[in-house]
Design a protein around this ligand. Structure first.
Ligand SMILES: [Zn+2]
Length: 78
């Protein structure tokens, strides 16, 4: 399924993801989206929202395509 919509960005840089797209991809309030960009486009992807080590969700950061929570990052840096 493919969608094309035009949406205005507000003064804080926010844009609403159209409801049809959110429903189709099962994106709900509180879900994490991965935002990436190149010279000409911005890509929003539904993110894995769990730490690869402990399944936690606290302050997730991406590393090599996987998510790691703040507690596990602290353990890794020791
Ligand atoms: Zn973790």
């Amino acid at each position: 399924m493919s969608f094309t919509y035009y949406r205005e960005i507000d003064r804080l840089g926010r844009v609403v993801v159209p409801m049809d797209i959110r429903k189709s991809l099962s994106i709900n309030a509180g879900d994490v989206l991965k935002i990436s960009a190149d010279d000409s486009k911005i890509i929003l992807q539904k993110a894995e929202d769990k730490c690869v080590f402990c399944n936690g969700t606290d302050d997730l950061r991406e590393f090599e395509g996987k998510f790691v929570c703040s507690e596990c990052r602290a353990k890794l840096s020791r």
